[in-house]
Design a protein around this ligand. Sequence first.
Ligand SMILES: *Cc1c(COP(=O)(O)O)cnc(C)c1O
Length: 330
Amino acid sequence: MKLPKRKAIANVPTPIFEVKRSLGETEGLRFFIKRDDFTGLEYTGNKIRKLEYILPDAMEKGAQVLITCGGQQSNHCRATAAIGAQMGLKTHLVLKGKEEKPIGNFFLDKLFGAECTLITEKEYREERAQIMDRIKKKYESQGLTAYVMPEGASSGLGMFGYYHAFQEIQQQEKEMNIQFDTICVATGSGGTYAGLYLGNQELEKKKQLLGINIYDEKKDFQTITKNIITEGLQQTGNEELLTNLAFDQVNMCNAYVGEGYGHCTTEAIHFIKSFARQEGILLDPVYTGKAMHGLFQEIQQRRETLKGNVLFIHTGGQWGVMARTQEFEI
Ligand SMILES: *Cc1c(COP(=O)(O)O)cnc(C)c1O
């Protein structure tokens, strides 16, 4: 595999710890967490791994402005704002939401000096690409080179961040003298899952990759995974690998989407609270808490297929928790 250029920024390898108390007795199953929330304080989470592969392309194209989009509490947008500031670039974010008191990730976007354009849900759904394109043109008319990244940095290049993470996990398996049978991850825009999927297909084929959809049950993640991987392999001159890849093993669980992106059930909030008290680990209501709450239920229901060593990737999201503290009865 010809890999694209990587700009090393994230604090990796991230550690893997075993978690015991909160799962209760589960014979034949050990549960581990890979702390991708340790990738860096300001850019905590999974997005920085993707940005490591997107930024070299942006630099090569002479980018002076980074443009991207997401929800108002987007972790990806906050990570982009932080890294933009570190690299001396301007960041312009297109956020779904209303201008309100900046808290959580939105506060950090502003703290890092990102310019924020707020749009409605409908505009976000239907025309965010055009809106970003208009902003790009505006910068270009000022003589500045702007670079647009998609939602969640889930582009073909960004996907390599989790191909790389898959290799990192294989290395850790050697060091820990363990084999992970299942890797589970919260799934939104799909780039994280796609990178892991490519890693497993290309390097191993042995693991079960379980995605927990937290976004929208109408999303077809088999097609999304295929599209992101295809784009990535084409962009890097690896098309010939496509013929060897099967996409029928995409394993996405839609049972815990609830009311969709950003919505979290009372049970999941309770779960985050009890997990924090039993393990001293902070999960978030949009991604990791919702997904792990789902995974724990799946573990009870799917004894046949969910066994052995299960690794959950903690993909971050802690700053978003700070925007929603009122939902927790503390
Ligand atoms: C973006 C995000 C995810 C989902 O990753 P995708 O690649 O968009 O599927 C999971 N967890 C957190 C905390 C995130 O910010």
